[in-house]
Design a protein around this ligand. Structure first.
Ligand SMILES: Cc1ncc(COP(=O)(O)O)c(C=O)c1O
Length: 369
């Protein structure tokens, strides 16, 4: 059997008619940027996440950048102010911080959920610290209640990177987590709610922040050709907004399917060489952007799966603090993050994966020696 890690054509095929109708509607409307499609999607996504405002952007990195830039402006943070960021993340979380002339301070993650280790945050706080950036890695929510308590007791802001968790799912005692200043999403095609190109957005309950972010992403202008601040060009295009509105109507059922697939993996993978995510428990506590397993013989495991036709990806082989681009951080040692990066392997998990394919993958993994 040949099973790619992810075939987006297969994932989108069941929605083809709806997607084509949405795209055609935009093509015929003559309105390709701004307009009703953007407005409608922003309203729906804000509602889906229980927030007041949504500002669409061209991608997730811009959403994170706009979030930080606008908080920096509103809170008068000096350059080089420090943002404590989860060390186990895609490089974009760090890039957004440095793009704003702020300093990323990586915080090691918990071995239990791979998210920022709340027990390590306080020790990193000093007079230059202005914010915490938790990242819901692999689709599993961080402990937002504890992060919020720490932030409040030190007057820090929270910018959440939810690029891997759709929607914002930080259910705390059955409630959507509140008190986060701003949350950023990426709708990169491979995400749980993926566009057919680049797209992103931020959500917030702060009107001033939303308005500033909207202007910032529009060359600093609220009124055409009247530029009040120095901005950037970061727009979601209307075709993507229309497609994302379609995708949103299927997100819940697709997330449930992902949870079901995660449960099957966690129940059926019994090879003692493989460590299951979250100890094989709590499969209902993630929207499973990724199903990560951990293995000390990771390279051999990946080769074994590949030789048997199963595609996998490593998220991520090198953590941001060990990247050449962040040479200034290279001397840091963050043992949990580094161990995860040395042992992690993501298995195929997506709405197009069939039960038969999954059974095959489970068999191949259980036969790995
Ligand atoms: C954790 C995280 N942050 C930020 C991003 C950046 O999103 P984009 O690629 O849309 O800029 C991604 C997406 O890949 C991500 O996974």
């Amino acid at each position: 059997m040949n099973i790619p890690f992810l075939d987006l054509g297969d994932v989108n095929a069941p929605l083809q008619t709806e997607i084509e109708q949405a795209a055609l509607r935009v093509i015929r409307s003559g309105q390709y940027l701004y307009g009703d499609e953007i407005h409608n999607f922003e309203q729906k996504w804000a509602a889906a996440n229980g927030t007041a405002y949504c500002v669409s952007t061209a991608n997730g990195l811009d959403a994170l950048t706009a979030a930080l830039h606008c908080l920096k402006t509103l809170c008068h943070w000096p350059d080089n102010s420090e943002v404590i960021v989860s060390a186990h993340t895609f490089i974009a979380s760090f890039e957004a911080i440095t793009r704003c002339n702020l300093k990323p301070v990586p915080c090691d993650v918990s071995p239990h959920d791979y998210n920022i280790d709340c027990n390590r945050i306080t020790a990193l706080i000093n007079a230059n610290t202005v914010a915490i950036m938790p990242v819901h890695i692999y689709g599993r929510p961080c402990d937002m209640q504890t992060i919020k308590a720490i932030a409040d007791s030190h007057s820090l802001r929270i910018i959440t990177d939810s690029c891997q968790m759709h929607p914002q799912w930080s259910m705390v005692n059955g409630q959507l987590s509140t008190g986060v200043d701003v949350t950023a999403f990426s709708f990169y095609p491979a995400k749980n709610m993926g566009a057919l190109g680049d797209a992103g957005c931020l959500i917030t309950d702060n009107k001033q922040l939303a308005e500033l972010a909207r202007a910032y992403c529009n060359y600093g202008a609220n009124v055409k050709y009247h530029h009040e601040i120095k901005g950037i060009n970061s727009r979601m295009d209307a075709v993507q907004a229309a497609i994302l509105s379609v995708k949103l109507t299927h997100l819940d059922e697709q997330n449930k399917l992902r949870q079901h697939q995660a449960l099957r993996y966690s129940q059926a993978i019994t090879n003692p060489l493989i460590t299951l995510p979250y100890g094989g428990r709590d499969t209902d506590k993630s929207c499973w952007h990724v199903y990560p397993v951990f293995c000390h013989k990771r390279q051999k495991l990946q080769e074994w799966l590949s030789a048997n036709g199963v595609g996998t990806i490593i998220h991520y082989p090198v953590p941001p603090h060990k990247q050449k681009a962040y040479a200034e951080l290279n001397t840091l040692t963050l043992p949990v993050t580094e161990r995860l990066c040395n042992t992690e392997l993501s298995l195929p998990l997506n709405p197009a994966l069939t039960a038969e394919q999954q059974d095959y993958i489970i068999d191949v993994i259980n036969n790995f020696t």
